[in-house]
Design a protein around this ligand. Structure first.
Ligand code: B12
Ligand code: SF4
Ligand code: SF4
Length: 331
């Protein structure tokens, strides 16, 4: 199975039984504590479906879990200091992984000879990290990412639910030990005892959150305009993480000039980020993020582009630009 998966572009692969995951209660507790914020696709009926993969494919006997590296030889957030630039998180520098993973999983299903199967990549109601851990792909770190001893955590997950019995793998030991670098480095203290409190996480604000972002949370977002990598950048297991061999993840835009981003029309935004995950923020959310990043950078040259954004017809963008104008020159 691992050899076949490798031929389909997946560096990591393993198998778990298609049964309720042993750590499913953690998910229920996480939701009950309000940690999902406004991500409604995680709560209600979708939360119940997550408890058992057979809700997604009743005949499923095995969950084939795969991992695909996306690390490229480009700087980490923690090593980059372009004052006039915003930061896009590593996973969004190249092609949208959903399509790349799906293509590979489709090939894998064909190689195995499956006629009935279900592909899951991120959006399906499946506890991807739980099954990947059970399938031996890694342990769940304190930053909640799945970490592999040789490959670190810069990899995406995908699954093939299959109606055939395949010998399952077993989970590796937890190798975080006494380390707590991710907890200490998180600028918004979003790593809490039950996992990530999305209501505090920069990734949630800049990707998932629609509309206004509470004023008290804006400073913590720093220069991030899409996603956040800090809790992975500081992880010692990522120091020697291998690079992806897939040209799909070659960086297109990683630290764009904020003034140029603020001036993009909606058509230009779509053209620039077409086929990358960044479009998920939508034009309005992206300009809102750019305004916050400019306010946090505080450079005088951002005054003119922010004044223009403050006249936007979009009330959210206009309000965030006014807030940012109040922070220009303060640094
Ligand atoms: C919602 C979501 C988010 C939310 C919430 C994140 C979170 N940590 O819960 C937000 C928007 C914040 C987010 C951010 C990111 N995400 Co996200 N996200 C998801 C999504 C859709 C669901 C995750 C979820 O169910 N969360 C709820 C919690 C309770 O579930 P969980 O963290 O998976 O925990 C389960 C198990 O891990 C286990 N568990 C947790 N802790 C422990 C500890 C031990 C000891 C044990 C035994 C078990 C255990 O219990 C839980 C199940 O009950 C998944 C895809 C999917 N369908 O699973 C992608 C996914 C987790 N995201 C991913 C990525 C890449 C990211 C970002 C790096 C993107 C970015 N650069 O901004 C950040 C990372 C932030 C972080 N530190 O987690 C990848 C992670 C790959 C990996 N190697 O781990 C996934 C798997 C998508 C994919 N298919 O590749 N994400
Ligand atoms: S992604 Fe960023 S904000 Fe979210 S937990 Fe990690 S370091 Fe904190
Ligand atoms: S930084 Fe340390 S505690 Fe956090 S996930 Fe990595 S090894 Fe674990």
């Amino acid at each position: 199975m691992r050899a076949l998966a490798r031929e389909c572009g997946f560096e990591l692969a393993g198998v778990a039984r298609a049964e309720p995951a042993e750590d499913a209660a953690r998910y229920r507790d996480w939701i009950a504590a309000g940690n999902a914020g406004e991500m409604r696709y995680l709560t209600g009926h979708r939360a119940d479906v997550r408890q058992d993969p057979r809700h997604l494919l009743p005949s499923a006997r095995s969950v084939v879990c795969v991992g695909k590296l996306y690390q490229t030889p480009w700087p980490n957030t923690t090593q980059f200091h372009g004052e006039d630039r915003g930061w896009i998180s590593r996973y969004a520098w190249g092609d949208d992984y959903h399509q790349v993973m799906r293509r590979g999983l489709q090939q894998l299903a064909e190689r195995i000879g499956l006629r009935e199967y279900r592909i899951c990549v991120d959006t399906a109601p499946l506890l991807e990290r739980s099954y990947a851990r059970l399938a031996g792909l890694g342990w769940i770190g304190k930053n909640t990412c799945l970490i592999n001893q040789q490959s670190g955590s810069w990899f995406f997950l995908g699954e093939l639910l299959a109606p055939i019995e395949i010998a399952p793998d077993s989970p590796p030991p937890d190798r975080c030990g006494t380390c707590r670098r991710c907890i200490d480095a998180c600028p918004t203290a979003a790593i809490v005892p039950g996992g990530i409190d999305s209501r505090l996480c920069i990734s949630y604000f800049t990707i998932e959150r629609r509309g206004s972002i509470a004023e008290e949370m804006r400073a913590g977002i720093g220069p991030h305009v899409f996603g956040c990598d800090i809790c992975q950048d500081v992880c010692p297991w990522n120091r020697r993480a291998p690079m992806t061999a897939d040209p799909a993840f070659a960086p297109r835009h990683f630290a764009p000039a904020l003034a140029e981003m603020a001036a993009l029309s909606e058509t230009q935004f779509r053209a620039m980020f077409r086929g990358t995950p960044v479009t998920r923020a939508r034009y309005s959310g992206f300009l809102r993020n750019v305004a916050i990043a400019m306010g946090n950078r505080g450079l005088p040259q951002f005054r003119a582009p922010l004044e223009k954004l403050a006249t936007s017809e979009d009330p959210v963008v206009a309000e965030h630009a006014r807030w940012a104008l109040g922070h220009i020159g303060h640094k």
